[in-house]
Design a protein around this ligand. Sequence first.
Ligand code: HAM
Length: 429
Amino acid sequence: MALGGLPGFRDFFPSDMRLRSHILDGWRRVAERYGFEEYDGPPLEPLDLYVRKSGEEIVGQLYRFTDQGGREVALRPEMTPTFARMVGARAAGLPKPIRWYSTPQLFRYERPQKGRLREHFQLNMDIVGEPGELADAEMIAAAIDVLREFGLGEADIVARVSDRRLMGAVLDEFGVAEDSLAAVFAVIDRLDREDEAVLRDRLDAAGVPQAAADRIFEFAADPDPSLSACVEAGDGGPELRDAADRLSRVLGHLDATGLGGFVRFDPTLVRGLAYYTGTVFEVWDRAGEFRAICGGGRYDDLLAAVGGPDLPALGFGMGDVVLGELLIARGLEPEQLPAIQDFVVCVTPEQRPLGLQVAHWLRDSGRRVAYDFADRSVGRQFKVANQMGAERAIVVGPDEAADEAVLIRDLSSGEEARVPIGNLKPMND
Ligand code: HAM
């Protein structure tokens, strides 16, 4: 009987690891170019950390259990609560702003489908201790630059940006009560993913009057929303004006960076998670064929809420699943490099010691090298060298050994050259 893995969990065969490593390496390069330092936390956390902070959708998807010591625990479904907890513990002694990144594997019990699995890797980049909107622009720019690193351009991706308070002020004006806001944001977050009838039922359950629900759907239907139209639709309060001013400055900074073409204002973007307080953004493929590649925003109250200092914070998470699908669809996956460059061929078992020395020297000088573990025929060894995709065969035979030389054959052109073995010694030996 074949032993299958769990649904929504991936086996990474070598050919799959290539894409995963390509993505994780690219994430690291760009995060470090932005001056972020790497951190990590435990994959298992107290359940309470998420129940209080993440919002209903994620809490419903937790892998949770009671451990053998009777503790209620959960596998991390997202990194932000752990990040808030860790930064909270050290923040007093750290120079601000803090810029940290991580690439954890996360676990959510979702229905496995295109772009959604039960585990994924997620780049998290977060800044703590900076209230100014240059930091908001920096995070959005970083998310875009990460995607540019993989070859995606303006034609491929778009960053939808808003400030949660804008939609909050609009909903206030429509007559949605303050204490229904979180539930209504969760509905708005699903506008393009779920049937209107289902969403109307949810709005009804959240206590939203039908007239307000009608206005929400009408507002969300505007194909080209502007910041000024949003301000007009809103309640005119100071929060709304502050949000609009901030957002126009964020958009201005992004223009100055040269990334303006990647960015679009979209007031219906509110994000499903409970802790965002201001700027929110998501990056999508422009054609809209895939799920969100990345999402984040400002969460100025979360650190204090997990018992840490009252410091502003913001950041984003980018998953490897949708990104990987998009790279494959656009032909941007990394090319397959052969596992080895050189294959050392021993003509008879007597040359084995010399073969081992040559192989070791080549490895010391940075080449990827393999050789046959059994004493098989020369023809067979060449066959394996070709199968493994080697560029060169390094032939060690009795004639060559007598001359303290090896024969190097270029396996694609067939050209051969006799080379003194001393030439293969690493330079610093
Ligand atoms: P999120 O929107 O839940 O945000 O996830 C961010 C990204 O992770 C998504 O856009 C998606 O690419 C990927 N992702 C999420 N769930 C799955 C899944 N089940 N399968 C595959 N990919 C998935 C957060 O997690 C926030 N904590 C991000 C953040 C960091 N906000 C501030 N700092």
